[in-house]
Design a protein around this ligand. Structure first.
Ligand code: GLU
Length: 300
């Protein structure tokens, strides 16, 4: 029997907090329980926000928690050529087009069209891209790219969905409305998502599916805030002909006022808690994990 493969995939754009500790420990516990492998992946595609000191702190904090991982660690910034190949493959299928509007221009277009009825929003609450650049001619696209205009490469969602047929995934955890078991994907709810930009040949959605496949990940365990992103991931896996893992979306650790934790608040940063004398066992208890890894999944 092949061993299941789990991974924890933080972005080094801040210090890890209790929410990350929960996700990392849960992945590590589940891997050990299943006799599986545990991988760490550094999701550092955003060069403007990721910093080496945050990456160093990730290694330090995870080791302090008692977590060990296989090496070498995959760092996304070292695999841009692989993501570019995937974009080329999708472009070859006619599923990619460039859009040239800034965020403010998109907001203006949406506001104009919202005059009659509310404009559709994606599961994160952002307005769907109105699709204006989809109708530009090949000549017009080349002219704008040639002029040095910034652009985003978008997935033609309607075309991709037409190729995909029915998509569903196995959910071992729970979605925001209690969805579990076999869940039907709804990628169309995201509209024409951005898969790359002029300066960055990838996006969260694209690199996560390429990397999970490249690393042989069988079990994706991550926060419930990413539950509906899974729809886009399934669609990309289908378009690129790569395997589909099973998923477990876990509860999010909240602060005292019921808000999702953020990397910018120090109060729950692991290094802060460590400095105040907290032990790794106390961190486990704080996030609701039992001391024994064999019992640690009950409340996820
Ligand atoms: N890098 C993402 C984050 O830090 C996690 C991605 C995933 O687990 O799919 O939120």
């Amino acid at each position: 029997m092949p061993r299941p493969v789990f991974r924890f995939a933080p972005s080094p754009n801040g210090y890890l907090h209790l929410g990350h500790a929960y996700s990392a420990l849960l992945n590590f516990d589940l891997a050990r329980r299943a006799g599986g492998r545990f991988l760490l992946r550094i999701e550092d595609i955003d060069a403007t926000r990721c910093r080496p000191e945050f990456e160093a702190a990730i290694y330090e904090d995870l080791a302090w928690l008692g977590i060990s991982w296989e090496t070498p660690v995959r760092r996304q910034s070292e695999h841009f050529a692989r993501y570019r190949d995937a974009i080329d493959e999708l472009a070859g299928l006619g599923l990619i087009y460039p859009s040239f509007e800034s965020r403010a221009e998109i907001a203006r277009l949406v506001a104009q069209r919202e005059a009659g009825a509310p404009w559709p929003r994606d599961p994160d609450g952002a307005p769907l891209y109105p699709g204006d650049a989809k109708s530009l001619s090949p000549d017009e696209r080349s002219r704008l790219v040639g002029q040095g205009m910034p652009y985003a490469l978008r997935l033609d969602m309607a075309a991709a969905c037409a190729r995909a047929n029915q998509l569903c995934w196995i959910e071992h955890g729970e979605g925001p409305d209690g969805e579990t078991g076999v869940v039907s994907a709804r990628p169309e709810a995201w509209g024409d998502v951005i898969l790359a930009r002029k300066e960055t040949p990838t996006s969260y959605h694209l690199s996560v599916v390429i990397d999970d496949a490249q690393q042989g990940v069988t079990d994706v365990v991550r926060g419930r805030d990413l539950f509906w992103s899974t729809s886009v991931h399934l669609l990309l896996q289908r378009m690129l002909g790569i395997p589909q893992p099973v998923y477990r979306h876990h509860r999010l650790i909240q602060d005292g006022s019921g808000q999702k934790l953020s990397k910018s608040t120090n109060a729950t940063a692991l290094r802060e808690l460590r400095g105040q004398g907290a032990s790794p066992a106390e961190i486990r208890r704080l996030v609701g994990l039992s001391d024994d890894f064999r019992n640690s999944t009950g409340s996820c």
